[in-house]
Design a protein around this ligand. Sequence first.
Ligand code: IVH
Length: 705
Amino acid sequence: MSNKTQKNKHIPKEIQKRIEELRKEINYHNYRYYVLDDPVISDEEYDALMRELKRLEEQYPELITPDSPTQRVGAPPAEGFLPVEHSVPMLSLDDAFSEQEVKDFDERIKRQLNLNEDIEYTVEPKMDGLAVELVYEKGIFVKGSTRGDGYVGEDVTPNLRTIRSIPLRLIDQELPIPELIEARGEVFMNKKGFEELNKERIEKGEPPFANPRNAAAGSLRQLDPSITASRPLDIFFYGIGLVKGYEFKSQWEILNSLKKWGLKINGLIKKVKGIEAAIKYHHEIAKIRDNLDYQIDGIVIKVNDLKLQELLGQKARSPRWAIAYKFAAEKAITRIVDILLSVGRTGAVTPVAVMEPVRVGGVIVRRATLHNEDEIRRKDIRIGDWVIIQRAGDVIPEVVKVLKERRTGNEKEFKMPDTCPVCGSKLTKKPGEAVWRCPNPDCFPRLVRSIIHFASKGAMNIEGLGSKVAEQLVTAGLVRKVSDIYKLQLSDLTSLERFAEKSAKNLLDEIEKSKNRPLSKLIYALGIRHVGEVTAQLLARHFGSLDALSKASEQELLKIEGIGPEVATSIKKWFSDPKNIELIKELKELGVKSAQSPKEIKTKTHELFQGEFFNNKETQEYQKISLEGKSFLFTGALKSMTRQEAKDIVIELGGRVASSVSKKLDYLVVGEKPGSKLEKAKKLGIKIINEQEFLKMIGKEELLK
Ligand code: IVH
């Protein structure tokens, strides 16, 4: 006897049978409704079946299985998404924009296969959503993930379960079910659902999504599945990954089998012979595109025969047997307000047009690449010009044409500077090349590092701005100095890869919050050589504002206890660079707080304690605690506060925070699960104290009681 039946011994057989029947029936009606778009019962009848199943499951909860149609929502919010490695990489597709490119694709295939006759293709609408993979084991949906980088995606199983058109269990009426099948498809939000969702969001004061694709991605990547459940998501399946226990011969067979198993496929797919027929299909779909209730950005043409697909093989990231034939790029008219330069990873310096925001291809854009100086000359693009821009798919928008008839005479010609906008190095250009480059190999990494430091916990503490985002911001030319962080807008962020509306909004909120950090944090964030957290604190206390600090002479700096000649020289040097003065001015103009009264410094330094560090509570003889001259190092997790908070307090009280264990260290504060620092400190005979003892030193013992 199996475990299951043993456990369910006391439940009447008829009940078990009825529950199973109901599930099968509901599953079938889902299939009729979602996949075949041909329901055979009314909504009321369907609801009655669901109600009966729910009632029985409530009575016999031990019979609930994860694939029961009642079990779509219910998983608790997750802390993050786990990575999922795809057993077969999820490739992307090469794009074609013209008939000629599609014909070339067909020619290449015939050449490679040494065939003269027409090739059979499947032609499918190219959905504009996000790719996912769903694993069905013995017909049961067990795991679902996003495409990610094609090799590793994110586990979004609980979220996918909430999508009504995704069966939790496959149908096995017409075709046997494979032992395992990885079904791939595109999750999307239909146009109506998108409009309604945005209307609701605007009413609630939340920012609307820029397009259905962002809305779908943002909805699927929710930590709380109940939010995903509330969003009108849908799916079309178009392919497979790994399959065990089933052999397919063609793409057409794959699509039709998926459909028979209850996986929804697009009703507009076709099988055609010869590339001309595929091109005709493209024209037909382009005509009805606007009438469809979901967004598509082209068609996908795939060689139908899987044997031929295998012979053709694949390139690094895309197969040779398929191509995306995109619809013509969407165009819009806007005005160029400025031309900036961005420095890329390879040192290439690219001019970027900053434009009045405009909606094109479903998203709002503010920037367009101008490629290089020659291109600007060739198209005669000037600052102030009205231009036609275009955007195709995910590609960064570009300027197609200047509307010269709209010129007023106030337009300014753009002159390529001869120095790097980031590091000031003289730019170089190889003969015959159009691209100017910054020859300084440290330029891009240094800028990225300075942004990471500026946003780090001990500095401005901008959550969500780590190394990956910093790199993205610099590469896109959005941030060329730290003050640019405060100029970022929602549309800048949502135009970056893998930035959904929600994460973009969160980052903007964090950036906004950081404007009011204590002065010491801002000074530390600037990344002045030799100015660590302790020195920054000293400087903040002494000068009270960035302005006053910037004007200080070396002598004045040297008068501050704890500041030596090397530090003073470094500070002076930093503030005598006009670029840095400009940076400070900009930060101030952008609303970053750069001054604090002495009182504020005392009370704001540590938000948790409001600066009240006094001893002797019993006798009421308050005396401010000082940790002056003492150095501390922390290891392991503290219970009463974060490590950053503990560090802030030590600094606030005049102490020093060491970066490693050395003979000079006075105290090692040991929290839970201490690291190797503990062993080292023991060897060196350093005084080791626990959290309670530390709290006693700062007069806050009550925090651990
Ligand atoms: S087939 C190896 N078919 O387009 C072939 N993809 O650029 C891989 N997409 O990641 C994809 N509709 O998100 C295929 N009918 C369709 C599609 C489709 C939309 C998306 C999918 C994929 C991207 C490739």
